[in-house]
Design a protein around this ligand. Structure first.
Ligand code: ZN
Length: 130
């Protein structure tokens, strides 16, 4: 376990997160602006998740050897996949499915584990908010 981490990036979070922890703005794809989540449909969750670097879907399934990516901690949490306006999934990588844009298929923008069918995470850093 890692101990105290400094969170210097949270200064503008209040523009994105309401007082009850929900998303104030729509969540859209960074690339094609396809709508992923409506305002107020997801809850901010702090969880350390590893997401490979963004690329087209075809590249995501090549997971032999090491994978470059980021460990991200701020996510929009949704407990039902029908909450999403649009979202796509990669093929399983072990017990993990990555969430990708339904239209342009760039990703991963989020994370889902087959062990918990009521947990879907969209990384704040991988999407735009409008
Ligand atoms: Zn897109």
């Amino acid at each position: 376990m890692e101990s105290d981490q400094q969170s210097s990036e949270s200064s503008d979070r209040s523009e994105l997160v309401s007082e009850d922890g929900k998303n104030i703005k729509s969540v859209i794809c960074q690339c094609c602006e396809s709508k992923v989540l409506c305002p107020g449909s997801a809850v901010l969750a702090e969880k350390e998740l590893f997401l490979p670097l963004m690329k087209k879907k075809s590249g995501l399934n090549n997971t032999d050897g090491s994978v470059d990516g980021d460990t991200l901690t701020a996510h929009w949490f949704v407990d039902d996949m029908f909450t999403f306006e649009n979202v796509g999934f990669t093929n399983n990588v072990g017990r993990i499915k990555y969430l990708i844009c339904a239209d342009c298929e760039i990703g991963p923008i989020g994370w889902h584990c087959l062990d918990d069918k009521k947990s879907f995470y969209i990384a704040l850093e991988r999407v735009k908010h409008v």
